[in-house]
Design a protein around this ligand. Structure first.
Ligand SMILES: O=C(O)CCC(=O)C(=O)O
Length: 279
């Protein structure tokens, strides 16, 4: 399988993220954008007035403007393009190089960041209060990581830029005198990128969206991966989705080839390396 270049490995170890350029081609971007727009009219999981970070089943997106805010979870059933992104060539190989072959797919999400002066952006780690206190060493594989695909250009500052704190996955952060981290906190780096680019980063890196006052929405897809002993979250694999998946995609979704039993996830299936490496 393809592996990280030396420069990418260094970027991962030191900065805690890698920017992959031009992963999706124009046809894929346009198809995925159309899907994102269409999903607004369909039922699914979205935040409502539940506590922050929790999702409710809704009949359609509250905002039907394709430039408006949307945050939808559990994408796989909507279209094969979402299934195919699970082990997308050009990205998945590198994820396996970083995570090792004992990995699972844990979550899929669309986020549309509308252009508005009302949203100042926000900063967090994934995995919340628990995972942010676990900082693995430079030579360790991460517990969990994410691939963020951009479907629109973010080439100017103030366009809802994905904003990172390089190296924050490796040190106690925030500093004691700066308890609240925002996209304005010293050390923040707002990234610019083009539609079709992908940014990969571990859950323990401080990151988040910056403000968007660009006049157009920023559309992204988020695909999460975890070590197999951490179970996937945020979706139940229906047989309708499983039937459309390859052997490798099914494995990544938790199909071990037999029903789960005590011992599964300690000793993985014997064909694990073959499935991950050969699809
Ligand atoms: O950039 C966004 O809108 C959200 C991305 C993010 O913070 C995340 O994936 O956790």
């Amino acid at each position: 399988m393809e592996q990280l270049s030396k420069q990418q490995r260094r970027a991962w170890d030191i900065n805690g993220f890698i920017h992959l350029e031009g992963v999706l081609d124009a046809d894929e971007i346009s198809h995925l954008c159309q899907q994102v727009d269409d999903i607004r009219t369909k039922p699914g999981w979205e935040p409502t007035n539940l506590p922050m970070g929790h999702y409710d089943w809704v009949e359609q997106c509250q905002n039907q403007d394709t430039e408006g805010f949307m945050d939808r979870r559990d994408l796989l059933s909507y279209d094969d393009a979402f299934i195919n992104l699970i082990d997308r060539p050009g990205v998945f190989d590198l994820i396996v190089d970083i995570m090792g072959p004992y990995l699972a797919f844990s979550m899929s999400q669309i986020i549309v960041r509308a252009s508005t002066p009302k949203f100042p952006g926000y900063t967090h780690t994934d995995g919340g209060e628990g995972l942010r206190r676990i900082r693995v060493t430079e030579t360790s594989r991460p517990l969990a990581m994410k691939a963020l695909y951009l479907l629109t250009d973010v080439t100017e500052i103030g366009s809802g830029n994905f904003t990172v704190f390089p190296g924050s996955h490796m040190r106690p952060f925030p500093e004691v005198d700066e308890p609240i981290v925002t996209p304005e906190t010293p050390g923040a780096v707002p990234l610019t990128a083009k539609a079709g680019d992908c940014i990969i980063f571990p859950h323990s890196l401080w990151h988040g969206p910056g403000p968007n006052i660009s006049g157009k929405a920023r559309k992204t897809l988020l695909y999460n991966y975890c070590q197999m002993f951490i179970r996937p979250y945020d979706f139940a694999v229906t047989s309708e989705v499983a039937d459309r998946c390859t052997r490798r995609q099914r494995r990544l979704l938790g199909d071990l080839g037999y029903d789960f039993r005590p011992g599964s996830y300690v000793y993985v299936p014997e064909d694990q390396l073959d499935v991950i490496e050969n699809g």
